[in-house]
Design a binder for this molecule. Sequence first.
Ligand code: DGL
Length: 267
Amino acid sequence: MQHLPIGVFDSGIGGLTIVKALNQALPNENILYYGDTAHLPYGDKSPELLRGFVADICDYLLESGVKAIVIACNTASAVTLDVVKAKAGTIPVFDVINPASHYALQVSPMKRIGVIGTKTTIQSHVYLRTLLELSPDALVVEKATPLLVPMIEEGWVNSQISLDIIEAYMSDTGFAHLDSLILGCTHYPLIKEEIQAYFNKSRPRPVEVVDSSVAVAQAVQKHLSESGLLNSSATLPVHQFVVSDLTPNFQATAATFLGREVELKVV
Ligand code: DGL
């Protein structure tokens, strides 16, 4: 069981930011990553449609033999967690919402927390519900920021365009008095520093920008360790990356998200 891979899935290649954090926290682990590039983006699709896509992905991962499933997508975590859990049975399932919410509360003395994500994630209010369950007196401000995913995929980061778009979204009056801002989308770690710089420049009090990938990797590490599922083998881990559709663009962008070259295979 320990030697089986961790199954990780996302709507596309953005979930590789979670794989990058998993590789850092769990360097021995084998990983099977599934990017549903044939159906992306998930962020503007209905929960009903996404539940069908995700059920098929779970079948693939479980038939391949995985010891845990990580939903490396905020939108899928928001609207398909119950589907994944029902498919997985006794296999542990990790979503991105819970670890990020716990961490945001830890770093928010006044409990004023902003959340940005895709339209489907924000419309689900999953972060609002989770944060209020953990801390009923939290003040949560949610905002859909749909232009950020295509902007990042176009490579328009650290540019005047990204500065302008980030400013247009972050200057929302609801975000005026935040302690922290949760990056509720797998793509956003690529612009974490730009968003942090915006708040550092424009706010008198510090605002901590929370990257859920690190919090998720820590949650997976803790659970596998406590349940004796960590891979203790000394051989080099195998990392496989499969997608439901392959284009040169996905192949090129994958390296940006993972931080190293990667070979995608279509299944
Ligand atoms: N992976 C999605 C998320 O984290 C963003 C990309 C998409 O819309 O498919 O919400």
